[in-house]
Write a protein that binds this ligand. Sequence first.
Ligand code: GTR
Length: 320
Amino acid sequence: MNKILKFSIAAALVAGTAQAQELRGWNTHVPDYPVSIALDRFVEMVEERTDGRIQMQNYHGATLGEGEFATEQLQFGALDYGVFSTAPMVNTVKELGVTSLPYVFKDPEHQYRVLEGPIGEDIAAAMGEANMVPLSWFASGSRSFYANAPLNSVEDIAGKKFRVQNSDINVAMVEALGANATPLPFGEVYTSIQSGVVDGAENNWPSYESTGHFEVAPYYIIDNHTIVPEGIIFAKTTWDKFSPEDQAIVRAAAQEAAIYQRELWAARETKSREIVEAAGVTIVEGIDTTTFAEKMGPVYEQFASDPVVADLLKRIQATE
Ligand code: GTR
């Protein structure tokens, strides 16, 4: 073997070992959705600021699987990171349950104050036990019910079949309203409403619009029952491989991406509502949500009686 060839093989080997392994990022939304745009920005910031030491690839549109499956993959460390809704995690991390309870947050700002303070640190520690490291929280929007038949009041929710995220709390919430709950993957909701497997679902404006659910369930009642936390979450097994310096870079980029996402979100909420209104969706707003909230007593009893969760709940309620 001549010297030049030997040298280039050696150089390639060195380059090969130095070459960062590409991390895989999960996301359920279409590429032009606020979550997806902000996640792309996050990756650009990290790659640039780590001089390519960390290489990442986002997979949008649930191409790596539906949320429930992806959440498990994250917990096993088979996925490196992504933007995850915490709803499917509440069955494993009981501390997260408190954040999925109906009307636990006064508004999105209240949610950020909770998640970005000491309560959020305790929740993050509990998530760490399940191999998850939350780095920043995105705007996730208030969720409300929609159906293929009129929903003029909370009473109209009773007797219908609703798809829910895969979380025991969501099932209990729907049952407490006298309705039937079916946990289904996000990607199956459209066809499930269309074929009558369920009568409706619940979500925020951007998801209601971007998925086309409004086409098959054109009655939306604004009850704002939950604001389920959602954000950039890493597998702890991946996170622990970063140097402290790189961890600081990645965390800062995730936080900047969240600020960007919240701006995009505000604009998209308005746009999504305009789109569904133009399509003729019937929107019922200004309802008195006290009847809804009162029916949630058993749900709180079931999911917030554990002392650790009860304590978190008290602290959230005491947060201004
Ligand atoms: C959306 C959320 C998704 C997914 C979806 C659902 O609002 O952004 O991550 O959880 O709801 O209903 O499954």
